[in-house]
Design a protein around this ligand. Structure first.
Ligand SMILES: Nc1ncnc2c1ncn2[C@@H]1O[C@H](COP(=O)(O)OP(=O)(O)OP(=O)(O)O)[C@@H](O)[C@H]1O
Ligand SMILES: [Mg+2]
Length: 177
């Protein structure tokens, strides 16, 4: 499963942090590329702030400048490589191409109404549109992120709400590389 896309149409949910950490965890054992697809280029900007030594221990961050470059990069990934994509917190041609090209789509979310609403309305509608166009079911794993350890009953309620409101979701509480 070489292409893993972190996407959510809401900003600040943890896409950049989680994509970087996953790429970093995989880098010693696999050929990993990390793609910064966000217009704000948070990952790339932070990477530039690292000093030379830290950059060497970090992971290089790729960017693309056209949809063709993105498609070529996605198509170039073989079974022995990983491409981790940090999508921006919005809906665009680029974020849609990343959803379509990914083997796994992961949407981080906290137990915040606004983050959950963005998932079950806007993002779900995007997935349905893409699924209809491609005539195949494109689904997404929800990764519960930034949930306080004291949250228990509400967590279960959230999971139920997500399952009931949308048939496209598959719930997955953690990732095992
Ligand atoms: N599990 C976590 N534990 C602690 N802090 C976290 C966690 N996940 C995210 N954060 C923090 O929350 C903030 C937002 O995370 P991040 O920048 O990764 O979100 P994003 O989805 O990439 O946002 P954007 O769409 O604006 O790019 C950051 O300060 C990040 O360090
Ligand atoms: Mg980000």
């Amino acid at each position: 499963m070489p292409i893993i896309n972190f996407s959510h149409q809401k900003g600040g949910v943890g896409k950049s942090l989680l994509s970087y950490h996953l790429a970093y965890l995989l880098k010693d054992n696999y050929d990993v590329q990390l793609l910064d697809l966000d217009n704000q280029k948070s990952l790339s900007s932070i990477h530039k702030l690292r000093n030379h030594k830290l950059q060497q221990h970090s992971i290089p961050i790729k960017t693309v400048h056209s949809k063709h470059e993105l498609i070529d990069l996605i198509n170039s990934i073989d079974d022995n490589q990983y491409l981790i994509i940090d999508s921006g917190g919005f809906d665009s041609l680029y974020t849609r191409l990343a959803i379509l090209g990914a083997d796994i789509n992961i949407s981080p979310t906290a137990d915040k109404t606004i983050e959950l609403l963005a998932l079950v309305t806007a993002y779900d509608s995007t997935l349905h549109q893409l699924s209809r166009k491609l005539r195949k079911n494109i689904s997404c794993y929800v990764l519960l992120n930034r949930i306080h350890h004291s949250v228990k009953i509400s967590l279960i309620l959230i999971l139920f709400c997500l399952i009931l409101t949308s048939s496209n979701w598959s719930i997955h509480p953690f990732i095992k590389p």
